[in-house]
Design a protein around this ligand. Structure first.
Ligand SMILES: Cc1ncc(C[n+]2csc(CCOP(=O)(O)OP(=O)(O)O)c2C)c(N)n1
Ligand SMILES: [Mg+2]
Length: 308
């Protein structure tokens, strides 16, 4: 497929993610969404580029900020809205909500609200792939704040010692809630990964869907050959940490801090493509919301099924 056709396909998915999250913003005041939401507006290119750089049967684990990864990996949209609504038609019967989206049939095995908790799950999955002689890889996506957790270090160490096919993807939006990275971290990820003998790359152009895709393809190839890899991608969160508003009025950051990124954001720059694709995408979102609205609430027995 020509570069242009690939870009258009990926751009469409990124726009779908943004328009889905903008619909969530519209719906949120009605209180029909029964779940806290961590929006990824600004970060869509990462989800889309990463997922397209993987094979369909590669397994991914993600975080509470995972609407984009769910959609880019191919999770069904109607079941996502129903999940946010807490309805029976949700991908997990309405019991998981926004923070724990999963779609095993397309390789998103889980997401978690507990920071860094899915890293060892990916390492274990990769170990299983290696032991079974498969050429699949496991991918864990996490924020810059997650690298401060002890389990991040344990996961890197174990992955390096066991040489398992796991790709660590850090979405560096420079923030953990309201806290900036320089006041939290005394290390840089590439040097830190090197201490474990793990190769890495830091991609500054996290707005660039094609660059993210290419970086992921190259990293995934190394991982498939049998070594873990850390890919750090710089990105920008436009909205507040959790919820559907902005947070510039808290004065821990200014709107200027996202301006440089916004100037490069394809979803803001490529207005012709946005105009061309929006009507069709809106119809897709309307249908998914209608599905969620029509889906019944789970009954007591259903609520207690699959719950430990
Ligand atoms: C183990 C754990 N500690 C603390 C929290 C509270 N918490 C929720 S999100 C967050 C910040 C994480 O930042 P980062 O990993 O950079 O992800 P981002 O929200 O920027 O995507 C914290 C500390 C948590 N959910 N889990
Ligand atoms: Mg962060």
């Amino acid at each position: 497929m020509k570069e242009e056709a690939i870009y258009r396909r990926l751009f469409r998915t990124a726009l779908l993610i943004r328009l889905v999250e903008e619909r969530i913003i519209d719906l949120y005041p009605s209180d029909r969404i029964q779940s806290p939401v961590h929006l990824s507006i600004g970060q869509e290119s990462v989800a889309v580029g990463v997922c397209d750089g993987l094979r369909p049967d590669d397994i991914m684990f993600a975080t509470y900020r995972s609407h984009g990864f769910y959609i880019a990996k191919g999770g069904p949209l109607d079941a996502m809205f129903a999940e946010l609504y807490g309805r029976k038609g949700g991908i997990s019967g309405g019991k998981a909500g926004s923070m724990h989206l999963s779609a095993p049939e397309v390789g998103l095995l889980g997401s978690s609200a507990v920071v860094a908790s899915s890293l060892p799950h990916a390492v274990g999955t990769a170990l299983s792939f290696k032991r079974r002689g498969l050429s699949r890889i496991a991918v864990t996506v996490f924020g810059d704040g997650a690298t401060e957790e002890g389990v991040y270090h344990e996961s890197l160490n174990f992955a390096a010692v066991m040489k398992v096919p796991v790709l660590f993807i850090c979405e560096d939006n420079g923030l953990a809630v309201h806290s900036h990275r320089p006041v939290r971290q005394s290390y840089r990820l590439p040097e830190h990964a090197a201490a474990y003998g793990i190769k890495s790359r830091r991609l500054e152009e996290g707005w660039d869907i094609m660059a993210v895709r290419q970086a992921t393809l190259e990293a995934a190839e190394k991982v498939r050959a049998g070594e873990p890899f850390v890919l750090e991608i710089v990105t920008s969160r436009y909205k507040e940490h959790v919820g559907v508003g902005e947070d510039f009025h808290f004065n821990y950051r200014s709107s200027d801090s996202v301006e440089a990124f916004k100037k490069r954001d394809p979803l803001l720059v490529d207005t012709k493509l946005v105009e061309a694709l929006t009507p069709e995408i809106m119809r897709e979102i309307d249908a998914a919301v209608a599905f969620a609205e029509a889906s019944p609430a789970p009954g007591r027995a259903e609520l207690l099924t699959d719950v430990i």
